[in-house]
Design a protein around this ligand. Structure first.
Ligand code: LER
Ligand code: MN
Length: 270
């Protein structure tokens, strides 16, 4: 069954980013339950923040699952990427992601590689090779903990590696690990795909997570994506994961969350 989730950022440096709730984990989880969300997705500064009694209690108290954990703090806070020309930075980036994968897996949640993929700067082939090496190692690491590793194609302004689901499928086809799946973020897809619903169908079982958001990164229903077509495509491929609201907190966090769940119910529950 497709389930709903909402994002919470616990990283002050990410302020201004597309997260519905900010900083106050227990209050955000209370609100998520009150509105009827099934889960939350956490963007944390480090693994210790996830692997903590506070997170366990906030989820438990509210009967919420952890849908996924972000790894972007490695970039935002420490300027690490998996594809840096500097081998020391690449190793630190892999170790940082591993720590988040481990913390997420304890809650049965996968980790997402978004901004940690970086962008190629010197030599596309060599730096793409670094990306594949990192995904091989991290995919196997996540798989051993019973989780997929979620790789996110981003729009052209955020990466020059993989911008589309098709590009993601090609990347996955070159890996020997079978534990990497794709994240379909509707905001990035609206910029890069010719047809979002077709791209979802093409991604099919390789799609392991969805960021549910509208064209302008406002909550679903407040932009111009054809969400009925998206819902039809996700149902057609038998998608069985989370639709996680990674959206700007506009006009406010509570209203963005309420709008998301309203849209979710309209397209996925009625
Ligand atoms: C992360 O999920 C994402 O979508 C990126 O745009 C954040 O930089
Ligand atoms: Mn995203």
């Amino acid at each position: 069954m497709i389930r709903s989730a909402v994002t919470i950022s616990l990283l002050p440096e990410a302020r201004g980013g597309p997260f519905v709730f900010w900083d106050q984990l227990p209050a955000a989880c209370d609100k998520a339950r009150e509105l009827g969300f099934d889960a939350v997705e956490i963007f944390a500064p480090d693994a210790d923040t996830i692997d903590s009694p506070e997170v366990a209690q906030a989820l438990d108290d509210n009967g919420l699952a952890l849908a996924a954990v972000g790894t972007g703090a490695g970039w935002v806070k420490h300027k690490l990427t998996l594809t840096s020309p500097d081998a020391t930075i690449r190793r630190k980036a892999i170790d940082f992601v591993k720590s988040i994968v481990e913390a997420g897996a304890a809650f049965k949640a996968p980790a997402i590689i978004g901004s940690m993929q970086g962008r190629w700067v010197e030599d596309r082939d060599i730096e793409t090779h670094y990306l594949k090496e990192a995904l091989e190692e991290l995919g196997e690491f996540a798989g051993a903990l019973g989780q997929p590793l979620i790789f996110e194609p981003l729009n052209r302004y955020e990466t020059n590696f993989v911008n589309t689901v098709g590009g993601g499928l090609y990347l996955l086809s070159q890996l020997s690990t079978k534990h990497v799946r794709l994240l379909a973020d509707l905001f990035h897809m609206n910029i890069e795909e010719s047809d979002i619903a077709q791209a979802i169908k093409r991604g099919s079982s390789a799609i392991g997570h969805v960021h549910y958001v509208d064209s302008n990164r406002r909550p679903a229903g407040n932009g111009h994506i054809d969400l009925a077509a998206v819902a039809k495509a996700l149902k057609a491929i038998g998608y069985d994961g989370f639709l996680s609201a990674e959206a700007l907190p506009l006009p406010s966090s509570d209203e963005a969350a309420a709008q998301t769940i309203k849209s979710f119910r309209k397209h996925f529950r009625d």
